[in-house]
Design a protein around this ligand. Structure first.
Ligand SMILES: Cc1ncc(COP(=O)(O)O)c(C=O)c1O
Length: 363
């Protein structure tokens, strides 16, 4: 037990048993006399780590055999460039704009071709997920891009958009392994692991094999071609070995809890505690529209900017860490990733209740 609750949007809280196990193995991994950080990525010891991590991820997410699992670097933001470089054969794509990160991906893709905005909630400060049942998609579009969980605005797609037969590319950074998903609905699912899966510095990309070809934009660097990494099974160069090791442990932790269905059930219970309080509160209000609320990131605010600042300060003094909202939206932002225990959410809600009571009584 630690004496703070960390609500950071990422890098973020990790399961304590995983941290403890990593600490226990820090000086001597499996009798090797070395830390995993010190082991060659070409050794059989590391090969077993990466193989097992991929095997367990495939089992947990039910990833079909015709999908490649790649361990990549450069953060999620590098994918914003790699996706158009690798997939934009007609130099056309459709983007669904649902927040800060989807928009960043869109701005980057515009460097490579013609990009159509298939749907957007920007006009309403990205407070909801637009209806994506009948998207305005370019007939010769190479792919349709979406960001499933919008970290900063606290919204999430509840159903898969109808991409009208086009390849769907999905950034799942902030909802990775938070609930089951049907991988085969997408051509590519990818995410930075620094929220739900491990330390910053690793991206996992799950890509349908037929999309990984040499037919990329002509000047695409070798390192930025998915084929380079697929051909070498993510060992073209030195991968972030320690991160892969931690992800492997997080996956086993989720398996031991009961898998992704169970994870979802736990996450729903946690999010309910906070949303239910927000719906009843006379001081705080949730910022995402009811039908679009994220289970992972909850955005809310009090009556004024001054009161938000006062709340964030008081929360920090009481062991509630990293609750300040992103500069794009302000207010407060509580991330309830897989490793946040329900006790942490209850502690936050109790603290909010006390704060509210004091404020409303003029204290
Ligand atoms: C949904 C989403 N996509 C992309 C990013 C960018 O990730 P990175 O900093 O790894 O480039 C973030 C970061 O918070 C995110 O939440």
């Amino acid at each position: 037990m630690r004496d703070i609750y960390n609500f950071s949007a990422g890098p973020a809280v990790l399961p304590e048993p995983v941290l403890q196990e990593a600490a226990d193995e820090m000086m001597d991994y499996k009798g090797s006399g070395m830390s995993v950080m010190e082991i060659s990525h070409r050794s059989s010891l590391f090969q077993s780590i990466i193989d097992e991590t991929e095997y367990d991820l495939r089992a947990l997410m039910n990833i079909p055999d015709d999908y490649e699992v790649l361990f990549l670097q450069g953060g999620t933001s590098l994918q914003f460039a790699m996706i158009p470089m690798n997939f934009m054969r007609n130099k056309k794509a459709d983007y669904i704009l649902t927040g800060y990160w989807a928009k960043k991906a869109y701005e980057e893709a515009k460097l490579y071709g013609k990009i159509n905005v298939a749907a957007s909630s920007e006009g309403d400060n990205f407070s909801y997920i637009p209806d994506c049942r009948d998207l305005d998609i370019l007939p010769d579009s190479d792919y349709v891009y979406m960001c499933e969980n919008n970290t900063i605005y606290g919204t999430k797609f509840k159903t898969c958009p109808d991409s009208k037969g086009k390849v769907l590319v999905n950034d799942v950074s902030s909802c990775f392994l938070s609930e089951p998903m049907n991988v085969s609905d997408y051509g590519m699912v990818f995410g930075g692991i620094q929220k739900n899966l491990g330390p910053a510095g690793l991206v996992i990309a799950i890509i349908r094999k037929d999309l990984i070809t040499e037919n990329v934009l002509p000047w695409t660097p070798t390192m930025l071609r998915y084929k380079t990494h697929a051909d070498k099974r993510s060992l073209y160069n030195t991968p972030p070995t320690y991160n892969i090791y931690i992800v492997g442990k997080v996956i086993k932790w989720i398996q031991a809890l009961g898998g992704l269905e169970k994870m979802k059930e736990i996450n729903e219970k946690k999010a309910y505690v906070l949303y239910d309080y927000l719906d009843k509160s006379k001081l705080f209000e949730g910022l995402a529209r009811g039908d679009s609320r994220s289970l992972m990131n909850v955005t809310f605010r009090a009556k004024s900017n001054e009161m938000n600042a006062e709340f964030i300060k008081a929360a920090g003094q009481n062991g509630i860490v990293s609750i300040g909202g992103h500069r794009a939206i302000g207010g407060m932002w509580a991330s309830l990733y897989n490793a946040m225990p329900i006790e942490g959410v209850k502690y936050l809600v109790d603290f909010m209740g006390d704060f509210e009571e004091k404020k409303l009584s003029g204290y």
